[in-house]
Design a binder for this molecule. Structure first.
Ligand code: ADP
Length: 511
């Protein structure tokens, strides 16, 4: 059975739709045919009943009660000569004759007295098997109508009513009509319905297949275009139909996805190109220095100097490579955070203490405001990297005599705010949206004294903060200074006293 259903799922959507539609059509046809047939049967029987009622009324006009209790019957319509005849041997004899006439031909009329004894009846009526209820119910004043059968199994519709004179019942009149014609009509209608149903189903199946095929034309077109779009030509777009339907939505969604992919590929290409360029520079410097050393005879002091410079370049190269590696791992989603409760105020003070040497070298005053204990859930080593990078930038891009302030405070009930403000060179408005991009430097000529300027620092900072579900914003005025504001969610539990930084993390701060 399971295999059968699996097989059913195999054909294409068009065929599946066709099968489903056909099944629904079949159910609808079955119900509509059943309703049609039942309605027809009910109305035919109702018609027959009303014509029997009329016939009974007409016959009753010729039936009168005599003073001696007998009944006089006259054929007022002229259609029932049999009834007008006087019976030779009484009512009971008529019944005993057992005349098995065909009820399809001839009238079916019976007249009974008030006690229910048959007074007169047509010869065809002798074949009827009369149910007693048809007489007793009529005697109680309620006309009876129903199906009765004949001795040879034919079906007859019978109507039975009571006749009264001055409110006194004196006779019962029963009128019948064979159901053979009605049943034949119903049978032929049923046959026609059954014969037509497969054609309607076939037409429905073909129609639904055609409609499904038509509906899938634009989807096929989209599929073909999408198949042609390779990684190299992501500038292509799928055609968007003018209709505002699902296909329109699918096409716009595909185009939006291709646009995002194109942007991602472009970013990736630029990243690779920038990275190669950045890596080439220190390699070229080292190469030219070694060339010089190999070409010329140098003094020991000159060799030492040269090796010192090579050392600085390799250190710079190493720094760049580790930054690139960090971003590549972050892109791949492989860089995981080791989350633990961190006292942000203590962490900032520790980093600031280490940065004081650099600040003093640049003749810059460093102020820390971290009065209240702030606990966040984060990766201590990565958060140290964030504070270090921001503090380094603030010091490097501030002229001698300037001031760098670092402030940690609770922003609201659920977040903490780390603000690093400097009175440095500032950033022009047009550069602000780009400074978090990889390798972006406002002024490549102005680099850190240690030569570790790669334009990757803020990109890494932003990634770490986003990974902590935080945000980073910057406000800056050229010539007046910059303020970097980092918002981080507070630890969900009460502030945890982590004490001082772990020895390992302290080493990271020193580095
Ligand atoms: P870099 O290694 O060059 O400092 P970053 O990604 O850290 O790279 O910063 C990108 C650029 O943003 C820097 O080159 C610098 O032009 C600008 N910038 C960053 N911080 C500041 C600041 N505090 N003041 C002025 N400019 C800044």
């Amino acid at each position: 059975m399971k295999r059968f259903f699996r097989y059913l799922r195999l054909p294409g959507v068009r065929l599946q739709l066709m099968l489903w539609y056909t099944a629904v059509f079949a159910v609808l046809i079955f119900f509509s045919d059943t309703i049609l047939y039942t309605q027809l049967q009910t109305s035919l029987v109702a018609n027959l009943d009303s014509s029997l009622r009329v016939q009974a009324q007409q016959i009753s006009n010729g039936v009168t009660a005599n003073a001696d209790g007998t009944i006089t019957i006259q054929d007022t319509t002229g259609d029932l000569p049999e009834l007008a005849m006087t019976p030779d041997s009484g009512a009971s004899n008529v019944e005993q004759q057992g005349n098995h006439s065909d009820v399809t031909f001839g009238s079916l009329v019976r007249i009974l007295d008030a006690k229910g004894h048959l007074v007169r009846g047509t010869s065809a009526s002798t074949a009827l098997i009369i149910p007693p209820v048809s007489i007793t119910q009529a005697m109680q004043g309620t006309p009876w109508q129903g199906n009765v059968s004949t001795r040879n199994g034919q079906q007859v519709r019978l109507y039975s009513m009571e006749l009264t004179e001055n409110g006194v019942p004196f006779a019962i009149i029963q009128v019948g009509e064979s159901l053979a014609q009605l049943q034949a009509a119903l049978r032929s209608v049923a046959l026609e319905l059954v014969a037509i149903a497969p054609f309607i189903l076939l037409l429905g199946a073909l129609g639904s297949y055609w409609l499904a095929a038509r509906a899938f034309i634009p989807i096929d077109r989209l599929t073909r275009t999408t198949q042609h779009i390779q990684a190299g030509d992501l500038h292509q777009r799928v055609p968007v139909p003018h209709t505002h339907d699902e296909v329109h939505r699918l096409a716009t969604t595909l185009n939006e996805m291709i646009r995002r992919l194109e942007a991602a590929f472009r970013r990736q290409r630029r990243f690779v190109a920038d990275a190669s360029h950045e890596l080439r520079t220190p390699v070229a410097v080292i190469r030219s220095m070694t060339d010089l050393a190999l070409l010329e005879e140098l003094t020991l002091q000159e060799y030492k100097e040269l090796l010192g410079n090579i050392n600085i370049e390799t250190e710079r190269l190493g720094h760049l490579i580790s930054n690139l590696l960090a971003l590549a791992r972050a892109d791949e989603g492989k860089m995981s955070l080791e989350l633990e409760p961190v006292r942000l105020d203590q962490l900032v003070r520790a980093v600031a203490t280490n940065a004081e040497v650099l600040a003093a070298e640049h003749a810059i005053t460093l102020e820390v405001q971290a009065a209240e204990p702030i606990s966040i859930l984060g990766d201590e080593a990565r958060l140290i990297q964030v504070v270090m990078n921001l503090l380094d930038n603030a010091i490097v891009y501030t002229d001698a005599g300037g001031l760098v302030t670092i402030d940690v405070a609770r922003k609201d009930a659920s977040s903490a705010c780390l603000t690093i403000h400097d009175t440095g060179i500032g950033i022009a408005a047009e550069h602000i949206p780009h400074i978090f991009e990889r390798f972006y430097r406002v002024d490549p000529a102005r680099v850190r004294a240690d030569g570790n300027s790669s334009g990757l620092g803020l990109a890494i900072v932003e990634w770490i903060i986003h990974a902590h579900h935080g945000t980073i914003t910057v406000e800056s005025q050229p010539g007046q200074g910059s303020t970097f504001c980092v918002t981080l969610p507070l630890a969900p539990t009460k502030p945890v006293q982590t004490g001082s930084l772990t020895r390992e993390k302290s080493k990271a701060v020193e580095r």
